[in-house]
Design a protein around this ligand. Structure first.
Ligand code: NAD
Ligand code: 3PG
Length: 596
């Protein structure tokens, strides 16, 4: 039986949401496959492991001693720091694994140069934006990271920048060393009693919040996906975006860089802030529009900024932002403590060694491998599963926090006859990826869900009839949340969406208690309305005037002349004015725009 795998590749480099399923035949001649009965997966192991030879691991950036020791026990370790891209491409053909931090770009060329030998890339840290994941997947190379070991270091660095900025430590230190004694120039501001906004209340954000509470600050957080009880437990109030940015004296950024968070602090946002706000960024440079920040600093809206990360690293020598006198900077040092680097080194060494031995890696970030027969049967349902997850999470109201998701699979097959791991993984991917920097796949889905406090339960409905096709429909229910679209709430008070595959394409067939029928492509507008003639036409004309191409519409109602949910598939994102006009139609009670 030949080995097959599936790859999830981004169809557009700028969008995390556009993954496509493909069936590559990339297994190189040096690869062997092993089949395990439980779990039913095919795992690619390195040629070296297959021949019982020691693998070679190239460590391209400084790694903690404990991690190196672990690797040395198992492999030939080549520590070559500061290689040029050309040197890396030359060496890589002799290596089974590569370990990097954020300073090495693992490009498509690296994978191409490896000649199929490179089987694992280990990122000793969280962010994997320096690794070309699509190329890794296409070349059958697993990418693993170390997502937890540097959380505290990053939080401590955030607090260090916050306090140093408030008391002008960097500027006054430079001034004294230059022989000056400028006591009145460097009067600072106090932190106690001030409002700190934590944007992104995840691992790092919540540790920053905890520490800021200890400094006597009022802490508010903006993170539509964070559970309110976790915030409450450390005395943090979750607020809306507009409330957040208008109330803050200080802002600390802890968001992943995603299409939604890219340049989230921009001119419009700065204009709504309190004059004299102070900003700390230890997340990713790209979450701030850096040119807009320079303007906000010059106009005095932003009094000071403390930055560890930049859109381009290192930033240009003449960067107006770096040179601004009210800006203090560090060279991406968030994770750089002795302790964090030891922790990260151990975490990544264990992950890389495990992966080279063919074990399923809990922190894998790219494509898993599944048997051909499972894949070919489930392939059409994979897209449905991800899109239902993506749709459901966007229906959750800010501040609710998703904790409990129930998946129901309706099938004529017996429970043992349907492997749902891939579907569950894709639903988890859909639920988590729009709100996080984590890449979810078959390998890391359960681990990621657990880490995020997301409890996913699965239920089977066994239908009468022919077990020819694996599934009739998939239903998702998110419990204990409010929805930004009340029509999505079912009789049992949960957000409910249901879909099925029709003619090979994923379709949405139910929202809340309303039956609908739309193909899950492009983006969707859901409108809840009093069912009366003429509304479809009105909405259609407004979208037409707004240059938005409608590719389908469907109306599901409870009874004629009662309430209905209209589903409109659109090719473009309508502008605010167009959406406002839809909201102004009297019969429309509520509506929501969702990106698939
Ligand atoms: N400077 C450094 O050296 C350093 C070190 C560690 C982490 N980081 C960076 O810090 C960031 C956070 O890391 P983490 O480990 O806490 O990640 P995390 O996934 O635990 O937390 C991210 C949080 O952001 C929230 N979020 C996602 N999209 C959002 C949106 N549009 N609006 C508001 N909130 C949103 C998520 O719900 C999540 O709670 C990442 O960008 C990471 O790469 C930098
Ligand atoms: O994503 C991360 O883990 C941090 O940004 C740290 O990056 P580094 O490993 O290059 O310090």
């Amino acid at each position: 039986m030949p080995a097959f795998s599936f790859t999830l590749t981004k169809s557009s480099p700028s969008s995390l949401s556009s993954w496509t399923l493909s069936l590559p035949s990339f297994l190189p001649t040096t690869t062997t496959t092993t089949r395990r009965r439980h779990p039913k997966s095919i795992v690619v192991v390195s040629a070296a492991a297959a021949m019982n030879a020691k693998p070679t691991i190239l460590v391209a950036e400084k790694l903690g001693e404990a991690g190196l020791q672990l690797l040395n026990n198992f492999a030939n370790v080549d520590c070559s720091y500061n290689m040029t891209p050309e040197e890396l491409c030359t060496k890589i053909s002799l290596c089974d694994a590569l370990i990097v931090r954020s300073g090495t770009k693992v490009t498509r060329q690296v994978f191409e140069s490896s000649g199929g030998r490179l089987k694992v890339v280990g990122r000793a840290g969280v962010g994997i934006d320096n690794v070309d994941l699509s190329a890794a997947t296409e070349h059958g190379c697993l990418v693993v990271n170390a997502p937890t070991a540097n959380t505290i270091a990053a939080a401590e660095h955030g607090i260090a920048l916050l306090t140093a900025m408030a008391r002008n430590i960097a500027q006054s230190n430079a001034s004294v060393k230059a022989g000056k004694w400028q006591r009145s120039k460097y009067v600072g501001v106090s932190l106690v009693g001030k409002t700190l906004l934590v944007m992104g209340f995840g691992k790092v954000g919540s540790e920053v919040a905890r520490r800021a509470r200890g400094l006597g600050m009022q802490v508010i957080a903006y993170d539509p996906y964070a559970p309110a009880d976790r915030a409450r437990a450390i005395g943090v109030e979750l607020v809306t975006f507009d409330e957040a940015i208008s109330a803050a004296d200080f802002i600390s950024l802890h968001l992943p860089l995603t299409p939604t968070t890219s340049k989230i602090l921009n001119d419009e946002c700065f204009s709504k802030m309190k004059k004299g706000v102070r900003i700390v960024n230890v997340a990713r440079g790209g979450v701030i529009d850096e040119e807009a920040l320079v303007r906000a600093l010059s106009s005095g809206i932003v009094a000071q900024a403390a930055l560890d990360v930049f859109t381009e690293e290192p930033p240009p020598e003449d960067s107006m932002l770096v040179l601004h006198e009210n800006v203090i900077v560090t060279p991406h040092l968030g994770a750089s403590t002795m302790e964090a680097q030891e922790g990260v080194a151990i975490e990544i060494a264990e992950a890389v060694a495990g992966a080279l031995k063919g074990e399923l890696a809990a922190t894998a970030v790219n494509a898993p491998m599944v048997p051909a027969e499972v894949l070919s049967e489930l392939a059409p349902f994979v897209g449905l599963a991800e899109k239902l997850g993506r749709l459901a999470v966007q229906l959750v109201a800010g501040g609710s926090g998703v904790q409990s998701v129930k998946i129901t699979y309706a099938s004529a097959r017996g429970p043992d006859d349907l492997d749902t791991r891939l579907l569950r993984a894709m639903i988890t991917k859909g639920l988590i990826e729009p709100i996080s920097s984590v890449f979810v796949n078959l390998v890391n889905a359960d681990f990621t869900a657990k880490q995020k406090g997301l409890k996913i339960t699965e239920e089977r409905i066994v239908l009468d009839g022919s077990p020819g096709k694996p599934l009739e429909f998939i239903q998702l229910q998110i419990a204990n949340v409010e929805s930004k679209f009340a029509g999505a709430i079912s009789e049992s008070a949960e957000i409910k969406v249901q879909g099925m595959v029709k003619e090979g394409l994923p379709h949405l067939t139910m929202v809340g208690s309303f039956g609908v029928d739309v193909s899950l492509e492009g983006s969707l507008i859901l409108c809840k309305q009093v069912d009366r003639p003429g509304i479809i036409g009105k909405v259609g004309s407004i979208l037409g005037e707004g240059n938005v191409n409608v590719n389908f519409m469907s109306v599901g109602r409870t009874a004629p002349q009662k309430q209905a949910v209209m589903t409109i598939g659109v090719d473009e994102e309508p502008d605010t004015e167009t959406l406002q006009k839809i909201g102004e139609i009297v019969a429309i009670e509520e509506f929501v725009f969702l990106k698939l």
